[in-house]
Design a protein around this ligand. Structure first.
Ligand SMILES: Cc1cc2nc3c(=O)[nH]c(=O)nc-3n(C[C@H](O)[C@H](O)[C@H](O)COP(=O)(O)O)c2cc1C
Length: 388
């Protein structure tokens, strides 16, 4: 199990460190907590002991088991994260002051260090703090920028600790190795095609499968952009741009360079051949003419640059393997995931299943599992193609 060391210093937002700890555990990580003496004024070490199941180190002389923890602790971990980080601990890190356990640990740590500042805006914007943050950046520390919002001092301003889930996302994506250096573009969700200013044709795709792929790729270190339908209600921390129609999606794909494109969006095959301005009034029957939409995969795949990988998705109601193979070979994708839809399957649900079809004819069945598991398997298959 991967381990992170979570340093907690004496900020009013120290209680949020408990949520950060939980977020890491949800991702399958173990957490060792180290606190400054002043942090214990805000939250008790017992809370972290109970949540992490590991002894919390506060006092650099009394809380030790073998005496050299300040040198060795980082060796067993992937990284050191200090959240919240006070102006004081930032100043100590910047100037090499090692007068307590956390600051000694920082100096001895050879692993990546992340610092999430939290303080009143005046403290943050003070030239001394700004200078110290610059020093830390130059020393290779990842600064997780604080947010703007209501601060504990009842002022509005910058200095609020970044939300726990976002901190964990930033740390894990910076530590991800499997897809480091790869630019990944993911499309997700349903297109909307309007017949007038207020009515449209669409489908029930939630975007969940594409979002899971985007997030898992980010956790593996990829530089990910997600093109997500404006109709999707799902929340994500991945860099996201919204689209509404197929034309928006097409423009979005053209705008971004990529090494891997996952085309998981459910693009409508038909759209009204004209869009009326305003609202069509009821009263008499109308005939809605639908035109076939351009096939984005057929447009993009033949023009891809050498080395680019395109993963196609097909949601089918029958003959999955036949239809999947046809789409893969006729349209020139590198890999296709074909899944059954209809009768509660595929769209909107939290699980998925289907087949991965490779260009060498190999077929891999992915039995029903969470969309996150399916995302990991699709990514693993894609990485195997990238690495040849
Ligand atoms: C109620 C209260 C809230 C505080 N919140 C913060 C804070 O959010 N950020 C900060 O830098 N200092 C804050 N301080 C000041 C620090 O606790 C103080 O600078 C302390 O010396 C930090 O010690 P440490 O860095 O060793 O944990 C706060 C102090 C009090 C009394």
């Amino acid at each position: 199990m991967k381990k992170i060391i979570l340093g907690v210093s004496g900020s009013i937002s120290a209680y949020k460190a408990a949520e950060i700890l939980r977020e890491f555990q949800k991702k399958g990580w173990s957490v060792k907590v180290v606190m400054t003496e002043n942090a214990t004024e805000f939250i008790s070490p017992i809370t972290f002991l109970a949540l992490s199941g590991e002894k919390v180190i506060v006092d650099q002389f009394k809380d030790l088991e073998y005496g050299l923890e300040h040198i060795r602790l980082c060796d067993e971990a992937e990284a050191l994260l200090v959240a919240p980080a006070t102006a004081n601990i930032i100043a100590k890190f910047a100037h090499g002051i090692a007068d307590d356990f956390l600051s000694s640990l920082y100096l001895a740590c050879k692993k990546p260090v992340f610092v999430a500042p939290a303080m009143n805006e005046g403290m943050l914007l003070h030239p001394a703090t700004q200078r110290n943050l610059e020093i830390l950046k130059k020393d290779g520390v990842h600064i997780i920028e604080p947010e703007e919002g209501y601060l504990a001092c009842e002022e509005h301003g910058k200095g609020r600790l970044t939300e726990p889930a976002k901190i964990v996302f930033e740390v894990l994506s910076a530590l991800g190795k499997e897809m480091k250096g790869l630019k990944v573009l993911v499309t997700a969700g349903a297109t909307r095609e309007f017949m007038d200013s207020v009515r449209f044709i669409s489908n029930p795709s939630s975007g969940k499968q594409g979002i899971a792929i985007a997030e898992e790729a980010a956790y593996m270190g990829a530089d990910v952009t997600l093109l997500l339908s404006s109709s999707s209600k799902e929340k994500t921390l991945v860099k996201t741009e919204r689209f509404e129609t197929l034309e928006d999606l097409r423009a979005g794909i053209k705008k971004h360079d990529f090494d891997i494109l996952f085309m998981a969006a459910a693009v409508g095959d038909f759209r009204p051949s004209r869009r009326y301005e305003g609202k069509i009034r009821r009263g008499k029957n109308i005939t809605l003419e639908l035109e076939s939409t351009p096939d984005l995969l057929r447009e993009i795949a033949p023009n891809k640059k050498s080395g680019q990988i395109i993963v196609a998705f097909a949601a089918e109601t029958d003959d999955l393997l036949e239809k999947g193979k046809k789409k893969l070979f006729e349209k020139g994708a590198d890999l296709i995931f074909v899944n059954p839809v209809g009768r509660g399957r595929g769209f909107e649900s939290d699980t998925n299943q289907g087949y991965l079809i490779f260009r060498d004819g190999n077929i891999k069945e992915l039995p029903e599992s969470s969309k996150r598991d399916i995302a990991r398997k699709i990514i693993e298959a894609t990485i195997s193609i990238v690495r040849g």
